[in-house]
Design a protein around this ligand. Structure first.
Ligand code: AKG
Ligand code: FE2
Length: 499
């Protein structure tokens, strides 16, 4: 039975008591009452686990070997006998080596920020030179990646242009900007209005209704008031009302914020297990179109002209192929407004350490997004657009991740397994499994909830993944280490008291 949940309860759950397996298909999740017994997540001040890069995992014939970002990764709790760091005492007389030791580099950056004559304390000029070399090497990484990205994006745009021109259903375009690539496509062009969005049959009926009703009701309220709002009464209500007056294009562009109605959300979102929610987001037709398009692009990318781009050999980034509007729409319409409620406490997506207050609601808590499609197959080397057959346990570089099943209909395996939130006692333990959801159903979870994808045994599996971050809030007052371990104290070196 599908389980509804009460938003105010959902944000107070704790993984301590949710150890059972859960399935998206049969919705055998814990009841709201069981969840209510739980206390807030553990606050942690102590890192007890980490990701290390030195173990090659999986089949090395597969791009990435099951690893994320083509980088082998293996999650294991730290044990005292293993040196998971690198370089301490390796090259410098006094043990200082910022090139190979990330902690040294971070100390140096903080030192330079905090002390006027930080380097004056160093005994050896050669140690300062080591720092210079380390920083220069990072800078050259940045420059190299930047110019590679420029080249790659240009190449991919050429490829997409070739693809769209080859299609008969819609005519071409005149300018070269990424979003113009799909301008005349009946479905993959960005919608301007609610009617266009509805006619594309992109969102599930339920998702469209939740978003549209939320905004339409605001418009109605505005008309009923005869538009007599005074300046003093602004903030919340004015902002609410203004949303409905704007076309979908303004929402995609982030010019207005959507505030989903809580009563509609409670029917829409289902809690699958601790910290993992699901809702019917996209239609099967849209998923199929996206899948087929990406596979066609990957096939074209195998031709000699485009092979160097390796498109489809890595998860395909929607911005790069000119479909970033899909990411924007889902981010502004669903991820941001839903996350404000669900992750206010566990992910510190509210100000003042947890409570959802009005200030937090009004501020843009998540302000960055990246959307891509990951492809899996039992035989990834033989399938265009499939990169792997499984994915190792990892956390995402995101506050909140959306994972929407794009199908196909018939793959076997490929469950998403959750292994606990970082910084809680459950970290590293299997806390639940989201079995193959319906095509178009999205999971929403904390990026720092360890997760993996089990082996795809047969068929092809595609997932639309959107990572979202909070640069303006969470990440501006938390160092990467506190962030990674979800320490929710105010004494982090990047916190306000130090600035
Ligand atoms: O394919 C999936 O379901 C998960 C992918 C994922 O976790 C990731 O790309 O970070
Ligand atoms: Fe992930």
């Amino acid at each position: 039975m599908r389980k509804r949940f009460i938003l105010s309860i959902a944000i107070l759950t704790n993984s301590n008591t949710v150890q059972s397996m859960s399935s998206v298909n049969n919705h055998s999740s814990k009841s709201a009452t069981e969840e209510r017994m739980n206390s807030p997540p553990a606050q942690t001040g102590d890192a007890s686990a980490g990701e290390v890069d030195d173990d090659v995992v999986g089949d090395s014939n597969v791009v990435g070997g099951g690893a994320i970002n083509e980088k082998p990764r293996y999650y294991r709790p730290t044990d005292n006998t293993t040196d998971s760091g690198s370089g301490f005492g390796k090259s410098s007389f006094d043990g200082w080596n910022p090139s190979s030791n990330l902690a040294h580099m971070l100390h140096a950056l903080v030192g330079l920020e905090r002390y006027p004559n930080y380097l004056g304390r160093f005994q050896y000029l050669s140690d300062i030179e080591l720092l210079e070399n380390a920083l220069e090497s990072r800078l050259s990484d940045v420059r190299r990646q930047r110019s590679e990205i420029i080249q790659r994006r240009k190449g991919i745009q050429q490829l997409v242009k070739r693809y769209t021109l080859s299609m008969t259903e819609f005519v071409g375009f005149n300018d070269d900007s990424p979003c113009a690539l799909w301008r005349d496509h009946p479905i993959l062009s960005p919608p301007q209005t609610w009617i266009e969005l509805r006619d594309k049959k992109m969102l599930s009926d339920h998702a469209f209704r939740v978003a549209h009703l939320s905004t339409a009701s605001m418009k109605k309220a505005r008309n009923a008031k005869g538009d007599k709002s005074t300046k003093a009464g602004t903030s919340m209500s004015m902002r609410h009302e203004s949303v409905a007056l704007h076309p979908v294009r303004d929402i995609i562009d982030g010019k207005v914020q959507i505030h989903l109605r809580q009563s509609l959300l409670e029917e829409f979102v289902c809690q699958e297990m601790f910290d993992v929610y699901s809702f019917p987001l996209l239609t099967a037709e849209f998923c199929s179109l996206l899948r087929t398009t990406l596979r066609d692009l990957s096939t074209l990318a195998e031709s000699d002209e485009f092979a160097h781009l390796q498109l489809g050999r890595r998860p395909i980034d929607l911005d790069t192929i000119g479909l970033g509007w899909i990411t924007d729409l889902l981010f502004h319409m669903f991820i941001h407004p839903i996350s404000r409620h669900l992750f206010a406490t566990t992910e510190k997506l509210a100000n003042h350490g947890g409570a959802v207050d009005n200030t937090a609601i009004e501020s843009r808590i998540l302000d960055w997004r990246q959307g891509y499609v990951a492809g899996y197959s039992a035989k990834p080397m033989e399938r265009n657009g499939a990169q792997r057959n499984f994915l190792v346990p990892h956390t995402d570089d995101s506050e909140v991740t959306l994972n929407c099943c794009l199908g196909e209909e018939s793959f076997v395996g490929g469950d998403v397994e959750f292994h606990g939130l970082r910084g809680t006692p459950e970290e590293g333990m299997l806390v639940g499994t989201a079995r193959r959801p319906n095509v178009g159903t999205a999971l929403l979870h904390s990026g720092r909830h360890l997760h993996s994808v089990s082996n795809v045994m047969s068929g092809d599996r595609y997932a639309l993944i959107i990572w979202s971050r909070s640069w303006g809030n969470l990440r501006s007052s938390t160092c990467p280490c506190c962030w990674m371990n979800r320490r929710q104290d105010t004494t982090c070196i990047c916190g306000k008291r130090w600035n």
